[in-house]
Design a protein. Structure first.
Length: 612
């Protein structure tokens, strides 16, 4: 074990001698995501004039995404604006939150959440929890709102222009019982807030790079990556506990305000949000270090930096392959992916990088469409042994920002991800995220994530759901009844009771109420937005793993990468998981039985051998 403080040693002794309190009962299934503040000072000025004059000649990505596009080297870097598919709909036409067409306030966001997103548990008949959780992992890799996280928007700073908190009614059936009268929300920082734009309308800024590049594991800057590197520089820092690697503890403090529980450190500040998310971070940490070790044996003449970058390059390629070829067909549908030229049936290179394609994340994607998986969050996690027998359960809200339960239960919680069903993709949302989101330890209640999402859409001036229906090829609704082409009558009635006219219905709300398509997990409007986004992420990435040349792989190496799977990734990076279904996003069934990990294809790293 690495040299660590007396405080950390004492904590480790405690968790290794005591077990997590687990309720032995048969309880419903449920889990949780969203953006959280990063550590940096959000009031720090952004250098609007920052220009990248020259790009180094390198076969490896930068950490911040700079020089991916050689014609516009700052494209896709942190502290740049989100893209837009449709013009914004600000209340004042410039930057204030969206209003109804009449000029009145839109319905209270908490009221909308209460009426539109009831807590009804329906399990998905096909997909496992890791389907939802990998979606959050992709989301965190590509987007993080830049905001004034230090503001106290329900109290001292409530009148600040950067606050947009949600009022809670005295008649609220849940929060009023606990004396909660406000959900704090600070506005996302825009280019206009930093005097970085001459445009009329404001555009929100992201604090991470826009590429699908595992920056949430490796960091979004050289300095962040340096903090994550081990002393020998070829591996990522880790803690070794009981002969297993875990993320290092964050030296900057504890999680959830608890002095006795440390945070883990990774390339993204949200790593500690929930134990499933922390688990995937841990798997990629282990995968990098496993690859680095094997590459160093195969290539003893490589220096540490070469070993690190080659292991990173393979990890990113595995992540991109799993995301696009295993995960995305479930979400968008295989036919749509091939029809839209997001994927190709080929055993060769794709080689269709286009420097004119902007890979930046769309505001509508990050703020609305890519939050579709909130409906699939399960509020309870089950503990499974290797026989896939449930022996206990825990609430996810007991572990918001308290992820160290992983140390004793890593493999069991990982089995949960690939065994337990996610919840069905519908309008229903578990109360663990509509009542207990971000609940502090020992608190009786938390916040409502869906209320926050609705308000965030208004903060960003999203164009309306009706605008996006039309943009995506559906007929524009002239009456609420016109929504019935993609919504249930029950949900349409709910909208009529909340909004004045169809044009007031928000993208976040309307898109989430659409009946999912037969071969996808979203309705047509969100599918449309996701399709456009994932096309641009791939097409505008010069370092995409399927492109040839010095930034890519040889054809033989590429076809080894194509053997990757989420199942194999888990097998290679857990201690006691010896069996898993080959299609791990899909539940165990007669068509997807448990097999030995040894039977799964694996990447032959000897194809990376250059020394003999």
């Amino acid at each position: 074990m690495k040299k660590i403080s007396y405080f950390v040693k004492s904590f480790l002794l405690l968790i290794l001698t005591e077990t997590l309190q687990i309720a032995y009962c048969s309880c419903p299934f449920h889990h949780g995501p969203v953006s959280l503040p990063t550590k940096q000072n959000k009031n720090a000025p952004i250098d609007c004039s920052r220009k990248i004059e020259t790009c180094p000649e390198t076969n490896y990505r930068s950490y911040d995404g700079s020089c991916n596009n050689l014609l516009n080297p700052s494209l896709g870097t942190p502290e740049t604006t989100y893209g837009r598919l449709l013009p914004p709909n600000y209340g004042d036409g410039i930057s204030s939150p969206t209003l109804a067409v009449s000029g009145k306030e839109l319905p209270n966001a908490r009221k909308v959440s209460l009426n539109v997103y009831p807590d009804v548990e329906i399990q998905d008949p096909l997909w496992t929890l890791i389907t939802m959780q990998y979606g959050q992992f992709i989301s965190h890799d590509t987007s993080l709102l830049l905001n004034n996280a230090e503001l106290d928007c329900c109290n001292a700073d409530a009148k600040s222009e950067f606050c947009y908190s949600i009022e809670i009614s005295d008649s609220d059936p849940i929060f009023s019982k606990y004396g909660v009268d406000c959900i704090p929300l600070s506005r996302t920082i825009t280019d206009k807030d930093r005097n970085c734009s001459d445009k009329k309308t404001a555009e929100q800024l992201t604090s991470v790079n826009h590429f699908l590049d595992l920056s949430l594991v490796y960091g979004n800057s050289d300095d962040a990556n340096e903090e994550l590197r081990d002393s020998d520089k070829k591996k990522l820092k880790s803690l070794n506990i009981n002969e297993e690697e875990f993320l290092p503890f964050d030296p900057d403090g504890s999680c959830a305000g608890e002095d006795d529980e440390p945070c883990f450190l990774s390339g993204d500040s949200r790593v500690n949000q929930n134990v499933q998310l922390t688990g995937i971070h841990t798997i990629f940490l282990r995968e990098h270090n496993r690859l680095a070790q094997e590459l160093s044996v195969l290539n003893p003449k490589w220096d540490d930096e070469r070993i690190f970058q080659e292991a990173r390059k393979i990890c990113i390629a595995v992540h991109q392959y799993i995301s696009y070829y295993e995960w995305l067909p479930i979400i968008i549908g295989s036919d749509k992916l091939y029809e839209s030229n997001i994927l190709y049936n080929t055993t060769g290179f794709v080689n269709d990088y286009d420097s004119t394609v902007n890979p930046s994340i769309f505001n509508e994607h990050a703020t609305a469409a890519f939050r579709f998986f909130h409906t699939s969050i399960a509020g309870y996690l089950y503990f499974y042994d290797e026989s896939r027998v449930i022996y206990g359960v825990t609430r996810i809200s007991d572990h918001w920002f308290r992820p160290t339960a992983l140390i004793n239960f890593f493999d069991d919680l990982t089995r949960s991800l690939v065994t337990q069903p996610q919840l069905f993709s519908d309008a229903y949302h578990d109360k663990e995220i509509t009542k207990d989101w971000a609940r502090q330890p020992n608190a009786s209640v938390g916040q409502d994530l869906k209320t926050i999402c609705i308000s965030r859409g208004r903060d960003h001036g999203m164009a309306s759901y009706n605008d996006f229906r039309e943009f995506c090829g559906l007929p524009r609704a002239r009456s609420f009844d016109d929504f019935r082409d993609v919504m249930s009558l029950t949900d349409v009635i709910k909208l009529t009771l909340l909004y004045e006219i169809p044009d007031d219905v928000e993208l976040t709300v309307g898109g989430s109420l659409e009946t999912i398509l037969p071969t996808a997990l979203t309705g047509p409007t969100f599918q449309c937005i996701l399709t456009k986004q994932f096309y641009q992420i791939r097409k505008g990435d010069r370092f995409w793993f399927e492109n040839s040349g010095p930034t890519g792989f040889t054809l033989d190496q590429l076809n080894e990468i194509r053997k990757a799977s989420i199942a194999r990734l888990i097998c290679d990076n857990t201690k006691t998981i010896e069996k898993i279904q080959a299609r791990a996003f899909e539940q165990i069934s007669l068509e997807n039985v448990l097999v030995s990990c040894k039977e799964l294809p694996s990447i032959d790293l000897t194809l990376w051998c250059e020394d003999g």
